[in-house]
Design a protein around this ligand. Structure first.
Ligand code: GLP
Length: 231
């Protein structure tokens, strides 16, 4: 795993954008994450795409996770976040956007997303954030290395930090995340420093799902100084 540290959130986002643009050329399937950390990265991608400097024509995407159950128009939904922050600004073919359909019953939600993944996966370039407890996607502590796309119960910590009333989610598993060719994980701020330390320097364990990335061949952590302060 490679670690790049930049002075602040803006420079971290610029560095992540540089890596993303480089890797976009060779990736036909892009994995997107939600959360506040990739906000500026997504606005850079949007601007560069509008300016005609990058393009998503012919590319498809998968998103890591979504609350369950939730309608796609709900203010809390990750689908809506992606529409507003990225999808409506880029030239990706709408039919090529793969997203969990969180309105089906549990088995059907999982089956559909697994089917889509088996048809169109794995991911070439995966953008990741990290939770305060070391989660990636919604793979909470206790997730297994071979966990697949599934419905999960959110931890109390995640529910309170995400300020949500939702208690469940559908997420790609550690297995699918690890199948990505290239992973770019972003983290910013002191509140992420402990989970970054455990992910990078701790032992590889399902108690800190991001620690599995130590075993991935092409992962880069792009951090700001605050997130990297315990390394
Ligand atoms: C959520 C998402 C994760 C994301 C994490 C961090 O729980 N499921 O995919 O990485 O939040 O979010 P933020 O970037 O807002 O700190």
């Amino acid at each position: 795993m490679k670690i790049i540290v930049r002075d602040n959130y803006k420079e971290m986002s610029q560095e992540a954008f540089r890596l993303f643009r480089e890797s976009l050329r060779d990736s036909s399937v892009i994995g997107f994450a939600t959360g506040s950390t990739p906000n500026l990265l997504y606005s850079m991608i949007s601007n560069e795409c509008r300016a005609g400097n990058i393009s998503f024509k012919g590319k498809s995407s998968f998103n890591l996770d979504e609350y369950y159950p939730i309608s796609r128009g709900s203010p809390e939904s990750y689908r809506r976040y992606m529409e507003e922050n990225l999808f409506r600004n880029i030239d990706i073919n709408r039919d090529m956007i793969n997203f969990p359909d969180s309105m089906m019953d549990e088995d059907e939600t999982v089956r559909r997303y697994l089917d889509a993944y088996r048809r169109s996966g794995p991911v070439g370039t995966q953008i990741l954030g990290i939770g305060h407890n070391g989660h990636i996607g919604f793979n909470e502590p206790g997730s297994a290395r071979d966990s697949e796309i599934r419905i999960v119960r959110l931890s109390e910590d995640t529910i309170s930090r995400n300020k949500t009333r939702m208690s469940m989610a559908v997420t790609m598993g550690i297995k699918e995340i690890m199948e990505s060719t290239r992973i770019i994980l972003l983290a910013s701020g002191t509140e992420k420093s402990e989970s970054i330390k455990r992910a990078v320097k701790g032992r590889v364990t399902g108690d800190v799902p991001a620690s599995f990335l130590q075993e991935h061949e092409n992962t880069t952590f792009v951090l700001d100084r605050e997130a990297a302060r315990l390394l």
